[in-house]
Design a protein around this ligand. Structure first.
Ligand code: ZN
Ligand code: ZN
Length: 241
């Protein structure tokens, strides 16, 4: 029991900390630094964030971070960490392969669960809360109804139970996923325009595309990649070349 409580405390701290660091850092960098040339030239929308939007985004995101920490703390409290199987240079390769695998699984799960959340039966009660941010700020990254928060992480628990994903990969993934999530909501397009037609980088999702999803509910459901949006023909918004 003590081990579960300690794990809950550690993981709640980790989830609150990564949100505060990344969402808060992005907000300060893009929107409080008045002369930021990136914000001046590459902002997506031109209205200012309302206080009500920012307050709602922060409060629901803090609730999501608490939920994530408590849930994973209960599931993994007392569990032994899983090390990488390889050592030396092979360990780096193993780490990268696991990370790529987890990101692709998450991207696929996210697309399909996100489409499900847009079903009228779920949208109004659950996912509409995230879409209240018509002009999302970095603080919107975890602004979910608690049911959606559980939806968002439901894939990770069975994956961790059935496959020996190393603990270091999960830890790094938590920060990589949050970083990309915050960039998708930061209100500024950072992808160079040349990526729009690049044969490899053109498959990456971007802030412009996710911002368009916050306006138009029937398009661009993807997370890291535009792969599933292209396959299912929901890729209407594109990165501007
Ligand atoms: Zn949506
Ligand atoms: Zn969003």
């Amino acid at each position: 029991m003590n081990q579960v409580l300690i794990m809950v405390a550690v993981l709640v701290g980790l989830h609150l900390g990564r949100y505060a660091l990344m969402a808060g850092g992005a907000y300060l960098f893009f929107w409080k630094w008045k002369g930021n040339p990136l914000t001046a030239t590459r902002r997506i929308q031109h209205q200012v964030f309302t206080r009500a939007d920012l307050r709602r985004e922060v409060l629901f995101s803090l609730q999501t971070a608490l939920l994530f920490g408590a849930l994973f703390g209960v599931v993994y409290g007392g569990a032994k960490p899983i090390p990488l199987a390889q050592s030396g240079g092979w360990a780096v390769l193993e780490f990268c392969a696991w990370m790529l695998f987890v990101l692709v699984v998450h991207d696929t799960y996210f697309y399909w669960s996100h489409r499900l959340l847009h079903h009228p039966a779920l949208f109004r009660r659950v996912h509409a809360l995230h879409h209240q941010s018509r002009n999302p700020s970095p603080f919107a990254a975890l602004a979910f109804h608690p049911v959606e928060a559980l939806f968002q992480v439901a894939w990770a628990i069975p994956l961790g139970q059935f496959l020996p994903v190393p603990s270091s990969v999960w830890l790094a993934f938590a920060f990589v996923a949050m970083f990309i999530n915050v960039l998708g909501h930061c209100g500024v397009e950072l992808s160079p325009r040349s990526w729009a037609t690049h044969p490899v980088l053109g498959w990456l999702n971007s802030a412009t595309i996710h911002d368009a999803h916050h306006q138009q509910l029937d398009q661009n459901f993807g997370l890291y990649l535009t792969l599933w949006d292209r396959v299912l023909k929901t890729d209407r918004a594109k990165l501007r070349a």
